[in-house]
Write a protein that binds this ligand. Structure first.
Ligand SMILES: Nc1ncnc2c1ncn2[C@@H]1O[C@H](COP(=O)(O)OP(=O)(O)O)[C@@H](O)[C@H]1O
Ligand SMILES: [Mg+2]
Length: 364
């Protein structure tokens, strides 16, 4: 029997391009090649799909972020029969055969937000992770909070600022936001890795923060600042009909002097620490794990997700966000939480591929 063919897709047309490459590098190192045939595929920053170049760089080197190298053969998007075609200008297209499962190790808009999932659904190709709806809602911090609040999870207070609101009703937006009380966190509604996020402590900072967030997304969310420790929990779908399970919760702490988890704190060496299990009361840990599973189910996630909370000095747990394709290097939080819970990174990668192979394409 031939080995299942797994296309590991990375890159993408958004500001988390480099983060995706770092995750894909880890997946490509860990995936069992005696069990799967692996095809690494890059999506360049301009949206072109290419077969990964043999010397593709995946890591940050001398502070320089990796990008998809476009010297590899161009690829046609998967068509109805889930086959890939490589073509180079002036040469005859090469049929690369069909793909059994796509592992999109990608984050952010046009990657983690239901768009690639939709493309793969249309092509009838199986893929790792959440489907179109969960991916799209999970990506949009405003819609995500609506779903979580409906599922009974406590969320902080916030104001959503759509493009039109800002263009023609700025004064009104600012007044509404100020009712949250300073400081506030201002974020692009659909981004990640803390890109475009700032903390604002007065009106001038608030206006600048909205403009900065709008560089990433015309839709912005302004949140009341929550004082609390940051506790994260990973959730994994089961292979059978059992409910999804939550990992041990872990605490992430900024160690580089940053005011909150910004991009540097997340991706540069020694800027953060992760403590697993988090040093919190046992009953809080259980409550948090149950909430993480509830968030996963409320969104109808598949595969893996990471659910992030604040734990306040008063002992309250507040939902911050869910990531349907969390940071996925072997040292990222979700893989580390699973490793501490007894599931190694290679085993986690294998589980995700098996989950994807075991589900049928189409409506589930
Ligand atoms: N409402 C808030 N109160 C306090 N800190 C926040 C708040 N929102 C975000 N942060 C800080 O900013 C970081 C990134 O915000 P988050 O919403 O998780 O965005 P991303 O999707 O980019 O990870 C958080 O990990 C936390 O450190
Ligand atoms: Mg986050």
């Amino acid at each position: 029997m031939s080995k299942p063919r797994v296309a590991v897709v990375f890159g993408g047309r958004n500001s988390e391009h480099a983060v995706s490459l770092m995750g894909a590098g880890s997946v490509l190192d860990a995936i069992d090649r005696t069990k799967y045939e692996v095809i690494p595929i890059g999506i360049a920053q301009d949206g072109r799909w290419v077969l990964a170049a043999s010397d593709q760089r995946f890591a940050i080197e001398s502070g320089e972020l990796p990008v998809v190298d476009t010297s590899g053969a161009a690829l046609a998007l998967p068509s109805g029969d889930s086959s890939l075609v490589a073509y180079d200008p002036g040469s005859i297209p090469v049929e690369l055969g069909s793909v059994d499962v796509v592992f999109p190790v990608m984050h952010g808009p046009f990657a983690e937000d239901g768009t690639i999932q939709g493309l793969l659904e249309m092509a009838g190709v199986r893929y790792v992770g959440s489907g179109v709806l969960a991916s799209a809602v999970g990506m949009d911090k405003a819609h995500m909070k609506t779903v979580m609040a409906a599922a009974g999870l406590p969320t902080g207070r916030y104001v959503v600022v759509r493009d039109r609101d800002w263009r023609i009703g700025r004064e009104c937006v600012l007044k509404e936001a100020e009712e949250l009380g300073y400081p506030v966190f201002v974020k692009p509604a659909r981004a990640g890795s803390s890109q475009g996020i700032s903390k604002a402590s007065d009106r001038a900072e608030l206006e600048a923060a909205v403009e900065a967030a709008r560089q990433h997304d015309p839709k912005v969310i302004i949140e009341a600042a929550i004082v609390g420790r940051e506790i994260e929990c990973a959730v994994l779908q089961s292979l059978g009909d059992e409910p999804a399970t939550a990992s041990m919760p872990g605490e992430v702490r900024v160690e580089g002097g940053q005011d909150f988890f910004d991009f540097e704190a997340k991706y540069y060496p020694d800027q953060m620490s992760l403590t697993v299990p988090a040093d919190i009361p046992q009953e809080t840990a259980e409550e948090l794990r149950a909430m993480a599973v509830r968030a996963f189910e409320a969104l109808e996630c598949e595969g893996l997700a990471r659910v992030d909370f604040f734990y306040t000095p008063e002992g309250q747990v507040i939902f911050n966000e869910i990531n349907t394709m969390p940071g996925f290097t072997s040292l990222s939080v979700a893989p580390q939480l699973w490793a501490a819970s007894g599931l190694s990174y290679p085993a986690l990668v294998d589980r995700l591929v098996q989950l994807a192979l075991s589900r049928s394409p189409g409506l589930r």
